[in-house]
Design a protein around this ligand. Structure first.
Ligand code: PEP
Length: 252
């Protein structure tokens, strides 16, 4: 099976509604002819509706940056999967390293959020990745195995086929340090082999994105690797021109 290339922009806590609309309007024009990439933008919750409207009828899909596992209730500050669906959202990022680092996200809560997203028909992008310290201690594979086992626990193979994994070495996020294409490919291969041992042949269908200082200058070399099926992009997704160039170079 030929896997889709999915490139998603994680805007984090950036862009007001007006800024978000303007960015999507500009991006729409720049990527209108792109067919080989599924393009996703993930604005903050407050701009979701505006972005869904601005992206309507285009090849740009919309994602959220988090989702709660409960359907409703006393969870101040959280958003449910049904709320995201109603807003017209298709994708949702789960377990980004910033959520793990600053907001107490664990593999267990990733797993709960993931199950809620799948049950609601959202397409989850589950983030995994090692810190610099873990890499230097030779623990990368162990960390990724633990995150995959915990994050995907209890899922069927069919469900796993619909999960996007974003491999984001924490040391490469927002630092300008990118894993070399070869280094990233080696880790992506490990992730796919691990998925195979956990969920069988369906692992071949799973889209595995790379994230960490991906930009127009390196997206082509990264996405050219056999097991790298796109990217999760922070900084370079905040301007329409840089994001469009990254997308086009990825499949040039
Ligand atoms: C991210 O935060 O998911 C990310 C990859 O950020 P950046 O592209 O800025 O490194």
């Amino acid at each position: 099976m030929v896997r889709k290339i999915i490139i998603a922009g994680n805007w984090k806590m950036n862009k007001t509604m007006a800024e978000a609309k303007a960015l999507v309007k500009e991006l729409k024009g720049l990527v209108a002819d792109v067919k080989a990439v599924e393009i996703v933008v993930c604005p903050p919750f407050t701009a979701l509706n505006a972005v869904v409207e601005a992206a309507a009828g285009s090849n740009i899909k919309v994602g959220a940056q988090n989702v709660h596992w409960a359907g409703s209730g006393a969870f101040t500050g959280e958003i449910s999967a049904a709320m995201l669906k109603e807003a017209g959202v298709e994708y949702v990022i789960i377990g980004h390293s910033e959520r793990r680092q600053y907001f107490g996200e664990t593999d267990a809560t990733v797993n709960q959020r993931l199950k809620a997203a799948l049950a609601a028909g959202l397409k989850p992008i589950v983030c995994i990745g090692e810190t610099l310290e873990e890499r230097e201690q030779g623990m990368t594979e162990k960390v990724l195995l633990t995150q995959l086992e915990g994050g995907l626990a209890g899922l069927s193979s069919d469900q796993v086929a619909g999960v996007v994994i974003a491999y984001e070495p924490v040391w490469a996020i927002g630092t300008g340090k990118t894993a070399t294409p070869e280094m990233a490919e080696e880790t992506h291969r490990y992730i796919r082999c691990t998925l195979k041992s956990l969920f069988d042949e369906v692992a071949e269908d799973v889209v595995i994105q790379y994230g960490g200082s991906m930009k127009a200058a390196n997206s082509g070399q990264l996405v050219a690797q056999k097991n790298i099926d796109g990217g999760l992009i922070g900084g370079a997704s905040l301007e329409a021109e840089s994001f469009a160039a990254l997308i086009k170079n990825a499949v040039a």
